[in-house]
Design a protein around this ligand. Sequence first.
Ligand code: TFQ
Length: 318
Amino acid sequence: NEKFDLVKRNSVEIIGEDELKEMLSDETNKREKIAYIGFEPSGKIHMGHYLQIRKMMDLHKAGFKVVILLADFHAYLNQKGTLEEIRELGEYNRSVFEAMGLEADYVYGSEYQLGAQYTEDVYKLALKTTLKRARRSMEVIAREDDNPKVAEVVYPLMQVNDIKYLKVAVAVGGMEQRKIHVLARELLPNMDFETPICLHNPVLSGLDGVGKMSSSKGNLIAADDEDSDINKKIKEAYCPMKEVSGNPILEIAHYYLDYPAELKRPEKYGGNIVFNTYEELEKAYVEGLHPMDLKNMVAEAMIKIVTPIREKMKEMNI
Ligand code: TFQ
């Protein structure tokens, strides 16, 4: 199935793959085709976000209604600032996603998360979830804190509850969301809601090779970086010779190059090479393709992707 291949492309996993296939081939819309992703509003939108936005565009093409949750209360519970500051970032994030060309509806968590029925359901989920499980589900998501707060265990309960309240059929997120999603799949069938399908995207490593690409760390390629920033960042990025695991440049090559991809190189450095697939490129890298060659390909591809977004953002005065 063509639609299924499009939706699955470049994802790490789909939990509930058979149900998704069934939805995609069901013209009667037995289950309403709604795909959701939530984001804690963030000060910088980067190429990790863009992977997820592209996935939402794939879902839109496959016939889904796409909704973006601007998760203001979640960011608040995760110590990202005052509600006012967070909402301002939410508006900014929405504009960037529009500049990226995403067609979607947007909703703020605070529009419905104070409702009486919503709140009662959070209490119900609080009774069904162990502290241990709630904390585990937050391992990658929670902000570092020497004295962790109760807010950290309220957060995943609200995320599970959102899936019900927003009638999410397909919940999309990075791999760091998977433990919350697995919890949702376990709990929601007992809360009058159908088990959500969960699609997980890869989480890119930071350009410094330390941890993940993150707005708070500056180890990223931003949606509005200038060509010169991109060249400089990639030139300086961590890219160990012959190493695949944790290599941010190879990850970007995996998800952002179009294959077949061509390396253009002067004859004296070995001449041009065409890689038909990412696997071919990875093999060449492990066998000694020079990091500089890889970086040149990746910088060119990133500039091609970022330039129209940056220009659209300028045009929109963001
Ligand atoms: F997907 C839903 F929108 F329904 C629920 C949801 C998803 C993602 C609520 C919050 C978030 C934020 C996410 N945990 C993050 O880390 O940004």
